[in-house]
Write a protein that binds this ligand. Sequence first.
Ligand SMILES: [Zn+2]
Length: 254
Amino acid sequence: MKNISRREAIKVAGSTIGLTAFGLPVYSSERKAERLSPDKKHKVLVIGAHPDDPETGCGGTMILLAKAGYEVVSVYLTRGEAGIQGKTHDEAAQIRTAEALKACEIIGAKPVFLSQIDGSCEITASRYQEVLNFIKKENPELVLTHWPVDSHRDHRICSSLVYDAWLRMNRNFALYYFEVESGIQTENFAPTDFVDITDVRDEKHKACYCHVSQHIDEAFKESHDMMEQFRGLQIRRKYGEAFIRHDQVPTAMF
Ligand SMILES: [Zn+2]
């Protein structure tokens, strides 16, 4: 793809909508709340590296979006091939794919699996292209993905691939980052937006607990339960999920 000139870049507006446009119980740093046009089925992509990342990171928000009538797609870069001790890649992929399908059914999301391998995710020209082609084809209004500062290499790679696609698509969708197991995986996460997930927290847990092979109950006890309470506390609600909105000046070049 040819680079656009600086003059052209300045003219590009980028997406002007944000989480507030979706009518969620959102507490946001956005100054104005634009509304989505009602004449189109709007799409949200939640892109994670492994089965369980979208669900644990922002499953509550996904459920709220699905209930509000938006098309929610849960995208997994891998099928979690390296994620079950004592199982081959094929066996683990099969088990974890089935777990993700169950979780997506509870959330009301459509699952999609891309072709990377758990633990061996790559950033190459063709991997950038794969994610770009996919997002272009889906044509979403909103994308949620991993925050790039994360101890898991696959999470960082996922974030980078999505960010690159966003730039190449002239930032024509709203881009937000979610957190997973903060303090163990996600680091340096200072949220700009919070969603009150109190009403759907039980459903979120039901979906996340489909990932039996990942000992998800321990992950919730050690991380996600406390994260939901803490993010809720920050907005004076019982349970919350937090996000960082990516705002970037339109002159940024790639
Ligand atoms: Zn992960």
